[in-house]
Design a binder for this molecule. Structure first.
Ligand code: NAD
Ligand code: DAU
Length: 352
């Protein structure tokens, strides 16, 4: 590994914490600075096993705070991997303000400081959602025009354009990755898979939006971490790399598999009012990273899901802690009325 000191932002969230652990186990010589504001989604407990490890330096701070970012960047950082973001689409529909602040302004602050301190690589962790929604066929390639549909994806697309412009204008060595839906341990239970596992374990209803036939392309979080590691080491500045699991599933299929693996009845499913502007289908063409960097997704979905379910079963205390406080308020806001009007019958299929 060419880089010795890496700044990981958002390293206490779902993907960030998996990435910090992954990198320190694969590259024992690395030092990681982890800058995280510990919002509702950030949890130091996610990295409890690294307590006392001198290679992990945690800094509680906000990526929009220039002074803090400057201070961290001044530690001789060689490369930045920017995970820090507001990441949940439904929350961006309730209030997009923190999304614009962190995802757009925060990225700009990081870019300026990284440029000033001569950082040699900047990896922007973006998402396939910037491409918008697909019909029943076709795939997102790196050339697909950006057409974000939610305030979340619009803020991520804005950040991507800033990163692109810093490369074009200043020759800044930045790379963008765009990955599909991740699942695995430590995912906050507001997202489909951990929410449905947690609810099913407690015999609570599973609120499927609309007809449940929306399609997502699922990838295990460690396959995503491996892709980022390769992009950091061998990706070319100015390039975009799509990352996907080659694993398209409807939400209904995923829900049924979770129930089946847990031995719970399908009567827990509730069809609830749809997410406004809900993207119908995502599917990633990841042939570029496969061809150019030799990456492949390794974890079969059923196996990864089984393991993820086991993790949530064994970490019920983690789930209980993150589901208290702010989470309860959010759950009420997002689901109370929806569940009150829910149906156990699938509504008529919706157009793409
Ligand atoms: P997450 O919500 O679990 O974690 C986000 C982390 O960022 C948290 O630790 C939070 O405390 C931190 N954070 C938020 N605002 C901050 C700020 N202003 N300053 C510093 N830290 C801040 O998110 P995730 O699911 O792990 O996603 C990580 C990144 O990957 C995001 O950029 C997201 O857009 C992208 N992504 C996610 C997925 C997915 O399926 N989850 C897929 C593709 C891309
Ligand atoms: O595609 C990558 C993106 O995947 C990331 O950029 C985002 O950060 C991440 O949150 C995720 O976005 P989605 O909106 O696809 O994920 P979410 O888990 O919220 O929803 C997955 C699908 O399940 C989506 O079609 C909406 C549906 N859903 C979700 C929830 C939370 C439901 O039907 N019911 C629910 O309660």
């Amino acid at each position: 590994m060419e880089y010795r000191r890496i700044l990981v932002t958002g390293g206490c969230g779902f993907i960030g914490s998996n990435f910090v652990r992954y990198m320190l186990s694969r590259h024992p010589e690395l030092e990681i600075w982890n800058l995280d504001a510990l919002t509702y989604a950030g949890n130091l407990e996610n990295l409890k096993d690294l307590e006392g490890d001198p290679r992990h330096h945690f800094v509680r701070g906000d990526i929009t705070d220039r002074a803090t970012v400057e201070q961290v960047m001044g530690q001789g950082i060689d490369a930045v991997v920017n995970f820090a973001a507001e990441s949940h689409v439904d929350r961006s529909i309730h209030d997009s303000t923190p999304f614009i602040r962190t995802n757009v302004l925060g990225t700009q602050v990081l870019l300026d400081a990284a440029r000033k301190h001569g950082v040699r690589r900047f990896i922007q962790i973006s998402t396939d959602e910037v491409y918008g929604s697909l019909g029943p066929t076709g795939y997102f390639t790196e050339e697909t025009p950006l057409a974000p549909n939610s305030p979340y994806s619009a803020s991520k697309a804005a950040a991507d354009l800033l990163v692109r412009a810093y490369h074009h204008t200043f020759g800044f060595p930045a790379i963008i990755t765009r990955c599909s839906n991740n699942y695995g341990p430590y995912q906050f239970p507001e997202k489909l898979i951990p929410l449905f596992i947690a609810n099913a374990l407690n015999d609570q209803p599973l609120p499927l939006y609309g007809d449940g036939l929306q399609v997502r392309d699922w990838i295990h979080v460690l396959d995503h971490c491996h892709a980022i590691d390769l992009v950091l080491q061998r990706g070319l500045p100015g390039e975009v790399y799509n990352v996907g699991g080659r694993c398209e599933k409807t939400n209904l299929e995923v829900t049924r598999t979770i129930l089946q693996l847990l031995g719970k009845p399908e009567s827990l499913i509730r069809f609830v009012e749809d997410r406004p502007g809900h993207d119908r289908r995502y599917a990633i063409d990841c042939s570029k990273i496969e061809r150019e960097l030799g990456w492949r997704p390794q974890v079969p979905f059923e196996e990864g899901l089984r393991e993820t379910i086991r993790w949530y079963q064994e970490h019920q205390d983690w789930v209980d802690r993150v589901r208290s406080g702010e989470y309860r308020r959010y759950y009420e806001l997002q689901y109370r009325d929806r569940l009150a009007r829910a149906s156990t019958e699938m509504p008529g299929s919706q157009p793409h």
